[in-house]
Design a protein around this ligand. Structure first.
Ligand SMILES: Cc1cc2nc3c(=O)[nH]c(=O)nc-3n(C[C@H](O)[C@H](O)[C@H](O)COP(=O)(O)O)c2cc1C
Length: 246
């Protein structure tokens, strides 16, 4: 008999055990991510392959990675945002309808959407934007409740987002995984969100930016702000980024 506190976790593990029969090989219905409405203005980001980055020693970036929770009031550049988005969800290769990214994903399904809360990015108005990985571009999004400043208020530590230059909100679309992997796919969502945020930490270390993962937020409130139902799409993870204070 499980104690109440571990019951949910054990049930999750039991119901998501690997079964070969889960591997369905039909064409997906919802494979494409980051599609925008025809009336939305696409903001192209600087091409990451043309940004002259200073060389970074991987071992140093991995060693130096740490959570920074206090940011300066300086802006970050659009090229820095371009690099952050590219190395967290950017497409590096397209092949036979699959897109391979800078992070791994079971079945290369990439079940996420990335939204960013822009406070201080040079050349971008404050607001919430959605990333279109296939175009390496952004579209501005309407907030369905409150405004972009509301995002800070629904976090346990509001200052993390409020003082950030930009914050990342990753949402998961379970159907993009479940059609292929069945219930097992639920585990992959959470594993893969970790890959994304870890890349953000390492890239921020390379660019000398501060970053902090955020798991303490009001789920219903963030889903409401984004206008997603919390079931077919839900917020899975967040992170704040800004220049470090001297
Ligand atoms: C899943 C996850 C959720 C987290 N959520 C928060 C959070 O809501 N607020 C916060 O200040 N830090 C958060 N953190 C950052 C951790 O507190 C931090 O990683 C930990 O203190 C270790 O510090 P380090 O990252 O510098 O090694 C989170 C980290 C992870 C991995």
């Amino acid at each position: 008999m499980q104690s109440d506190s571990s019951w949910t976790g054990h049930r999750f593990l039991q119901e998501t055990l690997f079964r070969d029969s889960h591997q369905i090989e039909e064409e997906p219905k919802t494979r494409v991510c980051g599609v925008c409405e025809p009336n939305q203005k696409i903001i192209l980001l600087p091409d990451p392959s043309e940004i002259p980055l200073a060389p970074v020693i991987l071992w140093d970036a991995l060693h130096d990675r740490k959570s920074i929770r206090v940011y300066s009031s300086e802006e970050i550049h659009k090229w820095e945002l371009s690099i952050l988005l590219h190395y967290t969800q950017g497409v590096r290769e397209k092949e036979n309808g699959s897109n391979f990214r800078t992070v791994p994903s079971a079945g290369a399904l990439h079940p996420f959407e990335t939204r960013i809360v822009v406070n201080r990015v040079n050349g971008l108005d404050p607001g919430i934007y959605r990333y279109l990985p296939l175009d390496h571009a952004l579209v501005k999004e309407e907030c369905h409740s409150g405004d972009h400043e509301s995002v800070a208020k629904i976090c346990r530590n509001p200052n993390l987002v409020a003082s950030s230059a930009v914050s990342f909100i990753w949402t998961a679309v379970p159907e993009r995984m479940i059609w292929k992997f069945g219930q097992r796919g639920w585990r992959y969502l959470f594993i893969e969100a970790g890959h994304i945020c870890q890349n953000l930490y390492v890239v921020c270390a390379g660019l000398s930016l501060g970053v902090c993962a955020i798991g303490s937020y009001n789920d219903n409130d963030i889903n409401c702000i984004l206008g997603i139902d919390g079931e077919s799409e839900f917020c899975i993870y967040m992170a704040s980024v800004g220049r470090k204070k001297e």
